[in-house]
Ligand binder design. Structure first.
Ligand SMILES: [Zn+2]
Length: 68
């Protein structure tokens, strides 16, 4: 789906590598949400800040894209 923040990027569902947490992240601006139903409804958070808060690097290699 199209990102409601930047209206350019596609939102993908990702899982932090080695973890169980799933996120929805915009590939363009990196706005993120935890729940699909929150996208465009609740405020986004910044993917990089979230990764640092859990002690991970804010890199796409730290994520695996899931296809659900
Ligand atoms: Zn975006």
């Amino acid at each position: 789906m199209l990102c409601p923040r930047c209206e350019q990027g596609d939102i993908v569902k990702v899982r932090v590598v080695g973890g169980e947490k799933c996120l929805y992240v915009c590939q363009e601006c990196e706005a993120s949400w935890f729940l699909f139903e929150d996208i465009g409804v609740k405020p986004f958070f910044d993917y990089g800040n979230y990764m640092e808060s859990i002690g991970r690097k804010p890199l796409w290699t730290e994520l695996e894209i899931t296809f659900e």
